[in-house]
Every structure is written in structure tokens, then in C-alpha cells.
Design a protein around this ligand. Structure first.
Ligand code: F6R
Length: 614
């Protein structure tokens, strides 16, 4: 939800560094963008649309700058318009501010400021910030900008990462509070400093970084030996603990791929290898390193997540069956936090999140923490807010996921949850089965890529339809949910995920020639034949079917195959790992369908990668 950046550097590089940083953070929001630079005056340039459009607008500017700020927006308060795009300024246009988060008391502050004579140009919550700083600055007789900045912060209620500049100050002022992330990046020579919502904006310039904590203010200026100073709202200096920034440029570029989404889909053999690592061989290390002091008697595992991450949690609900003696509940975080849940101190509560910044997941986790539950995280983004709050758990180490539609994070989450079951149940047979399954999983994923052309062909044939049903049962029911989510978010077609057995209780009414049903049918289980009956039910109502299956022969024998059906044959694997295999053709189906429709798969409309607002 919005990406912000501030650059303090040299050689007139501000425009380039800021645009580059914004491009890398564009996944956070991409409805509009803007920059502000400071020299004698503040120059603000904003645009509705993508960073590349802003770049074209900036091409006409001949001046060079060493200091500047930038923002890429995902609208919350106020429609998408140039006016509402950040940076926002005070009335004299001497102060410019970019903000990520929500100012909860903005209406009250706006009213007070209006009474003092401040005029507002936008509908945003953010605009109160430059006016408030201006008010305190003028109250101090234009004397002390840092004091004015801090005094303004003290009046704000909500979550914020803020970066501000003033035309007369050769400095950048930043602050962080609540769930909006902010990182400080420092170059080796210390003459280039960046603050940004994501590490991606630092890579290539800053070798060291620090994740800013709640209530920290950073002033960046050559006046400080280190180039910056960190303090709290009361002015007490805070010691910095800089860490190395990984240099992995490859991870943040598309390389040979047309889109990040396709790159990330194809990375899955490797990301699975990393997620599994030696973990399955050394389950005891999970107890020592990842979940220390976990209560011995766990009877309930609660998984908190949103969207795709929740679907990974839903897979785990099926893994923890009656034999495990552990009840596993996957809860949608935005619902869970408001349903006054019954929580016990011996509940094991885990937040699952790719970004580690999802506001609802974070809030639900904090609630469990307050209730005294043992909490942890399964997170991809290192050092993120959820990782910090959980303080224990497992990192996926899947590398940056830049395509807005989550792909590789999902399969790594499922892999880690499968290992978690092995860890919590300590069942030797299961562990042995998993070891064998995981050892062949990456090559089986590669096999799915061999039928990519066939999936592309199916995508071309079906992408013209308007609505789709995704149907699966048991552990593959969450895969149906995930297949439908992937499809709808990037093709903008209506796609519903349903348990196949539930179809006759309503959704079957939708079946006609124009509504393809995508079935996921794998593993020999007690409902295998029943799902085949569901397929027949669709066909007898003239519905088209696409079947993802590991046993084409069984379908044939059952009279379930006709010439017009589309069969996507996937390699067989143990049932526990089948969601990881089965979801891949669905990711590809969504990807190619969206491509045929001409959509931007990496940045689907109205979405943002990291949902830091409720
Ligand atoms: C869908 C998607 C979203 C996220 C959800 C949670 O492709 O990406 O549904 O899964 O917003 O995000 P994280 O995992 O970052 O908490």
C-alpha cells in the first residue's frame, strides 16, 4: 500500500535514484505517483498512472537535484487524481511530504487547521501533515524545522511512514509509527542515503540498512558524521544497528522473462528446495531455532492470514487430520480480529504472510499475543512487521515476490506447513513419506512446465468466457480457491472456487456452455469417484470441463473423458504434496489467460502487493 522514498545524495542523481526506487516499489501501489525535489524551491511533479508516465513528464526537466522524495500510490483516502497523488505540500509550497499509512484523526485535524486559515487542495488524509508541520514551524518563528516536524508527529494518530523536506533545509526528515514499514539505507561512502518502504529501493546503492522501529525519527544531513541521526519523539538519540543489504540484483529484475509473475512461477522448483532445505532432515532444529519454548501439549493450531496465504493455511487444515490430535483452524485475519475469538494460552497461533506487512494479519497476531498465546510467523519478507512481532517462526526465503499475484510464496508456505505437521506430530512414517515426496517434488514441478504450451493453448480457448468455476475436494479444495483467486485477480473474469461436493447445493445452477468448470482431481481417496460423478453432472448439463489430474487413465475407464474436454495431466505425488503440484497449472492458466486478454499481469488493476491498511 503505497511506496515511499527519500534520497539524499550527490552528482545530481536524485531524479534517477528516486524513479528507479519507485519502479521497484511499484508493486505497492500504482494508480498515481509523484516526486518532489528541493533546491531554492520545492519542485513537485505528479501524475496519474504508472512510474513510466511520471518519468516521461520528468524528461522535460533540465535541473538536477541531490535531494528528493517520491511516492507511488494505492488510493485509500480520495479518488485517483493528480491532486490526490503525493507529495503533498503546505500552502506556501515550502514543505513537501510523502506518506504511507493512514492518519486516523485526519478529519479532526483538517477541521482545526481550516479554522486556523489553512486551505486544503486534496481529499487525502496526508495533506494534514504538511499543514500541521507548517503550523508548528510558523509558531516557532520559522526557527526549528525538526521541532516543528516532531510536534506535528505528536498530534497524529494512526500508522505512518513519512518523509518530508523543506526548501531551506538541506535535509530529509523521516518518521515511522505503526504498521507502515520504513528502512534506512546507507552507502559505503555514506554520501548517499536512502529511506524507503522496501529494501528493493536500496539495492545497488546502499550496502547497509536498518529497519526503523516505531516512534523513530531520522534526520538525514551532511551535518552528522554518519550522514544521519536517529532519535525518538522526545529527542533521545537511538543507536543504529546496520545490517548488510543483500546484493541480489537478479532477484529484482525480470531477466529473460516478460513478467515477474512468469519468472516467479518458474522459480518454484528452487524456492521449494529452499523452503524445505535441511528442515525435514533436522526437525529438532525447529524446536531450538524457530519455535523455542513451544508448550509441550499443543491441541490447537490457529493460522492467521489473508488471501493466498489463507489458502495455504486452508491446506494445513486438511493436513492436521484426526490422527494428529491437533485441531488446525485457518482463519481469515480480517474476520478473526473482530469476532472476539476464544483463545487459550496453550493455543499455537501462526501468522502466514508473504509481505509480512498485511495490516489485518498483523493486528490478529497482536490480539493472540495479548491473550498470551504462543505466537509465530511463516513469513517471506525478512525483518517485516509480522516477523518482528512474531519474533519466532520460519522464513520462506523465496526471494522477493514482485508480481502482485502471489505464486511462489504460496507453494513455499504449503511446504513449510507440511513440515510443521511433521514437527508437531513426530510421526516417523509421515516424516519418511515426506522426505521421499520432497526429494522428487522439484523435478515434478519441472515436469509441469513441459506441458506449458498445452496450458497456454487451453488459456487461449477459454479466455473469452466471462465466468468460471474451480472445483476440488479435500486437500485440493483450497487449491480450487487459490486457482479461482489467481484467475479472477489477473483476468478480471468472475471465478468461484468451490468444494466439488457442494456444487449441487447451488453453483450447479451456473453451468452452461459459456461457464467452464476447472476440476482438480488427484490422489486415490474416498472421494475420487465422487468427484468424477461431479464431472459427469457438469457434462450432462452441457458444461465444458478442464480437468487437472494425475490419472488420465482412471478418467477414461470411468467414461469421464470426451474429445472436447481439456485434460491437464500432472505428475503423481503423495497426496500431502499434491496442492503444490496442482496449483502450478492453475497459476499458468491464469497467467496465459490474462496475457491473451492483454492485461498487465504483474500489476492488476485496483490491487497492491502489500496491504498495509484495513
Ligand atoms: C493474491 C495475493 C493476496 C495476498 C494477501 C496476503 O495473489 O497476493 O491475496 O496473498 O493480500 O498478503 P500477504 O501474504 O503478504 O500477507
Amino acid at each position: 500500500m503505497c511506496g515511499i522514498i527519500g534520497y539524499y545524495g550527490k552528482d545530481g542523481k536524485a531524479i534517477d535514484v528516486i524513479l528507479n526506487g519507485l519502479k521497484r516499489m511499484e508493486y505497492r501501489g500504482y494508480d498515481s505517483a509523484g516526486v518532489a525535489f528541493s533546491d531554492e524551491n520545492i519542485l513537485v511533479v505528479k501524475n496519474v498512472g504508472r512510474i513510466k508516465d511520471l518519468e516521461s513528464k520528468l524528461n522535460g526537466i533540465e535541473r538536477i537535484f541531490d535531494i528528493g522524495i517520491g511516492h507511488t500510490r494505492w488510493a485509500t483516502h480520495g479518488k485517483v487524481s493528480e491532486e490526490n497523488a503525493h507529495p503533498h505540500t503546505n500552502m506556501d509550497e515550502t514543505i513537501a511530504v510523502v506518506h504511507n499509512g493512514i492518519i486516523e484523526n485526519h478529519a479532526e485535524l483538517r477541521k482545526q487547521l481550516k479554522e486556523k486559515g489553512y486551505n486544503f487542495k486534496t481529499e487525502t488524509d496526508t495533506e494534514v501533515i504538511p499543514h500541521l508541520i507548517d503550523f508548528h514551524y510558523k509558531k516557532n518563528n520559522d526557527g526549528d524545522f525538526k521541532k516543528a516536524f516532531t510536534d506535528a508527529l505528536k498530534e497524529l494518530i494512526g500508522a505512518y511512514a513519512i518523509v518530508a523536506i523543506h526548501k531551506d533545509e538541506n535535509r530529509i526528515y523521516c518518521a515511522k509509527f505503526g504498521s507502515s514499514p520504513l528502512r534506512l539505507g546507507v552507502s559505503k561512502s555514506k554520501d548517499e542515503i536512502i529511506v524507503a518502504s522496501d529494501r528493493l529501493a536500496l539495492i545497488g546503492i546502499c550496502e547497509e540498512e536498518q529497519i526503523l522501529e516505531n516512534g523513530e525519527i531520522v534526520v538525514i544531513s551532511k551535518d552528522y558524521e554518519k550522514g544521519y541521526n536517529i532519535e525518538d519523539f522526545e529527542g533521545f538519540e537511538i543507536e543504529d544497528i546496520l545490517r548488510k543489504v543483500p546484493k541480489d540484483i537478479e532477484a529484482i529484475t525480470k531477466g529473460e522473462y516478460e513478467d515477474f509473475m512468469l519468472k516467479e512461477i518458474r522459480e518454484q522448483p528452487n524456492t521449494i528446495r529452499t523452503a524445505v532445505g535441511g528442515r525435514i532432515e533436522h526437525l529438532e532444529t525447529l524446536a531450538i531455532d524457530n519455535f523455542p519454548d513451544l508448550p509441550r501439549e499443543i491441541s490447537r493450531l490457529i493460522l492467521l492470514a489473508c488471501g493466498t496465504s489463507w489458502h495455504a493455511g486452508k491446506v494445513a487444515e486438511y493436513l492436521f487430520d484426526e490422527k494428529t490430535g491437533i485441531v488446525c483452524q485457518a482463519e481469515i485475519a480480517s474476520e478473526f480480529r473482530y469476532k472476539r475469538p476464544v483463545l487459550f494460552p496453550n493455543d499455537f497461533v501462526i501468522a502466514i504472510s508473504q509481505s509480512g506487512e498485511t495490516a489485518d494479519t498483523l493486528a490478529a497476531l497482536k490480539l493472540a499475543k495479548e491473550k498470551g498465546c504462543y505466537i509465530g510467523g511463516i513469513v517471506n519478507s525478512v525483518g517485516s512487521s509480522i516477523a518482528q512481532t512474531a519474533a519466532k517462526g520460519v522464513y520462506l526465503h523465496a526471494g522477493p515476490e514482485i508480481g502482485v499475484a502471489s505464486t511462489k510464496a504460496f507453494t513455499s508456505q504449503v511446504a513449510v506447513l507440511t513440515i510443521l505437521k511433521a514437527f508437531l506430530t513426530n510421526d516417523d512414517n509421515y516424516i519418511k513419506k515426506l522426505k521421499d515426496g520432497f526429494s522428487e517434488l522439484p523435478s515434478k514441478i519441472e515436469e509441469v512446465f513441459k506441458i506449458e504450451e498445452q496450458i497456454k493453448d487451453i488459456a487461449e480457448r477459454i479466455s473469452g468466457f466471462e465466468r468460471f468455476l474451480f472445483l476440488g475436494r479435500g486437500i485440493n479444495y483450497p487449491v480450487a480457491l487459490e486457482g479461482a483467486l489467481k484467475f479472477k485477480e489477473i483476468t478480471y473474469r468472475l471465478a468461484e472456487g468451490y468444494p466439488a461436493g457442494e456444487m449441487k447445493h447451488g453453483p450447479i445452477a451456473l453451468i452452461d456452455r459459456e461457464t467452464p468448470s476447472i476440476f482438480i482431481l488427484s490422489g486415490k481417496n474416498e472421494y475420487y469417484e465422487k468427484t468424477m460423478s461431479n464431472i459427469q453432472e457438469v457434462k450432462s448439463r452441457d458444461g465444458r470441463v478442464i480437468i487437472v489430474t494425475d490419472d488420465k487413465e482412471a478418467l477414461r475407464k470411468n467414461g469421464c473423458l470426451t474429445k472436447t474436454d481439456f485434460i491437464i495431466e500432472v505428475p503423481r505425488i503423495i497426496e500431502e504434496l499434491s496442492p503444490i503440484i496442482n496449483v502450478i497449472p492453475l497459476q499458468l492458466l491464469a497467467y496465459y489467460s490474462a496475457k491473451f486478454l492483454g492485461w498487465d499481469v504483474d500489476k492488476p488493476r485496483n490491487l497492491a502487493k502489500s496491504v498495509t491498511v484495513e
